[in-house]
Design a protein around this ligand. Structure first.
Ligand SMILES: [Zn+2]
Ligand SMILES: [Zn+2]
Length: 389
């Protein structure tokens, strides 16, 4: 009679992800009401929240899972400590799961937190049972296994996380003269808030928001979620251009993780920041817009805009072709220059002139794509049967 269809419950995880939030929901308001929290306690709790959050987003996620930049050892150690304090397992486990999530996004059999299995599953449910997708497999993080800081963090993860979550708040509590209040606010409530906002990226950011860059997967862009998740809410962009150190690519988009990495770079603690070429970003937006337009046109065979859309599409394809050719030429020139670096005949001046000329040509193509995107928006608004995205 007995079947093994439902995997075993993990009692420790249930305690952490169900028990702790319940305790926080009861204890925090009770303590606030009867004893009250001081301004310092609130300030330190928010400080911890951001230190944990940014170590997960800037360290675990963008630095280690996606290799979006390189960081000085002191920064890596800092992220390893405060990231462990976020109680989301070691970098090895986190990054390995996350790379599987990107590679198999929405695949219920392979994505550890597939949005296709429901909001609860992708938020917390996936951690509560021994699902086959949780099986430890570090074959996709061989590059990280060699980092001694990460190996140390993995080996001593429990000791580090207990120090960061219990002993540190305890010490602060003694210093402030209120041990229990500090444990409740800085230890417990902060941990639960940080857990849940980070988990929004796997759950809500896969079902709530827009899809400007790709409709190939469920990831969404959502400015409100970005505000809660230290900038990770631009998840549609992130899923198509995962190596970019930015998630919110526009200067006005709320992405404190991007600002932190940028600042670390400015003071010499981070380097080799990956930025996806603006043309490629624009191309993805256009590609998605065309797919959307064509889907609408399919519902109206007689639409007068049909020929115009087709003309725009052909113009788009030819623009992309020109851009590819120019990129190939640029790459070739660069290789030539490297090969002839010893050759005095090829002066730096000629090389610079060629580079500038190509950059100008690329800029023209980029601008023509931007203009076309504006025309497309106008046309899209005139098309029948508006679809929600
Ligand atoms: Zn995702
Ligand atoms: Zn990611």
């Amino acid at each position: 009679m007995a079947t093994h269809a439902t995997p075993q419950i993990r009692p420790l995880m249930v305690g952490l992800f169900i028990g702790l939030p319940i305790a926080a929901l009861i204890l925090t308001p009770l303590w606030a009401w009867f004893k009250g929290f001081s301004g310092w306690q609130w300030l330190i709790a928010v400080g911890f929240l951001y230190l944990n959050g940014l170590s997960i987003t800037g360290g675990y996620h963008r630095l280690w899972a996606h290799k979006a930049y390189k960081a000085h050892w002191s920064v890596r150690l800092w992220f390893a400590l405060w990231g462990a304090g976020a109680l989301q397992n070691s970098v090895f486990v986190w990054a390995s799961d996350h790379r599987r999530h990107h590679r198999n996004v929405d695949d219920n059999e392979k994505d550890p937190y597939s949005a296709g299995r429901g909001l609860w599953f992708s938020h917390i449910g996936w951690m509560l049972r021994d699902y086959p997708t949780n099986a430890e497999d570090f074959s996709n993080i061989k590059d990280l296994l060699e980092d001694p800081i990460l190996a140390w963090q993995h080996k001593h993860y429990v000791a580090i996380t207990v120090t960061m979550n219990v002993f540190l708040p305890l010490a602060i509590g003694f210093a402030l003269g209120d041990v229990w209040g500090t444990l409740i606010l800085v230890g417990l409530a902060r941990l639960v808030v940080n857990h849940n906002v980070t988990f929004f990226i796997n759950s809500l950011a896969h079902c709530w928001g827009t899809r400007p860059y790709t409709e190939e997967n469920s990831a969404r862009d959502n400015g409100f979620l970005a505000f809660l998740t230290y900038g990770e809410g631009y998840h549609n962009y992130h899923h198509i251009f995962q190596t970019d150190y930015r998630n919110g690519i526009r200067w006005w988009q709320w992405d404190p993780t991007k600002w932190m990495i940028f600042s670390l770079n400015k003071i010499g603690l981070a380097r080799d920041l990956v930025r996806v070429d603006e043309f490629k970003i624009q191309r993805a937006v256009m590609d998605t817009t065309f797919k959307r337009m064509r889907a609408k046109l399919n519902t109206d065979e007689m639409c007068p805009l049909r020929a115009a859309v087709e003309r725009e599409y052909q113009a788009f394809l030819s623009c992309v072709k020109d851009w590819r050719e120019l990129q190939a030429e640029r790459y070739e020139k660069h290789r030539e220059a490297l090969g002839e670096a010893w050759n005095e005949r090829r002066t730096k001046l000629v090389e610079r002139w060629e580079q500038t000329q190509m950059r100008d040509q690329l800029k023209v193509l980029e601008q023509s794509l931007q203009k076309q995107q504006k025309r497309l928006q106008v046309m899209l608004e005139q098309l029948p049967s508006p679809q929600t995205v």
